[in-house]
Design a binder for this molecule. Structure first.
Ligand SMILES: [Zn+2]
Length: 154
């Protein structure tokens, strides 16, 4: 499995997000707000054959993730593993974990929801399915699938 990850050049410091579901790597970059303007080197490998079928891998140099960003990744890539690299070595490796509740990370897609009013309430969703991910708004009960989540991530 390690050989597969090494298809891209090793990085000195940064993160490797491995086991992203096939085809989702660009969406992961999008929700992390990583675009052409950042100073760090980003490597992307899509459709890597793996034991589980197929995966995408993203490597980002000189960038680390906070908990909120890891929760965002869990929403769209629940199988992902985050490896933290320091001096070419993996110093921390953990699977992302989708919490049972998502607070303040996704905007409810129902414009009439209380969380979208002039004095907005922080959005809160219950995770009613983890694979595929389906969220249900605690206030208006609107359900949102992965595509809706990507469009409405805060
Ligand atoms: Zn709602």
């Amino acid at each position: 499995m390690e050989e597969q990850t090494l298809k891209v050049q090793k990085i000195r410091n940064g993160i490797v997000i491995d086991h992203i579901p096939c085809g989702m790597a660009l969406k992961v970059l999008k929700i992390l707000n990583i675009n052409g303007d950042i100073g760090s080197t980003v490597s992307l490998v899509m459709h890597v054959k793996s034991r589980m079928g197929c995966k995408d891998v993203v490597k980002i140099e000189d960038r680390f993730l906070d908990e909120r960003e890891i929760d965002k990744i869990a929403l769209i890539a629940p199988t992902a593993t985050v490896n933290v690299i320091e001096n070419y070595k993996v110093v921390n490796k953990h699977k992302v974990e989708l919490p049972d509740e998502i607070v303040g990370i996704v905007k409810c897609m129902n414009p009439r929801c209380i969380t979208n009013q002039r004095e907005p309430v922080v959005s809160e969703f219950k995770v009613i399915s983890k694979n595929p991910v389906i969220l249900k708004c605690k206030y208006c009960e609107r359900e949102m699938g992965v595509e809706d989540i990507i469009e409405n991530i805060l």
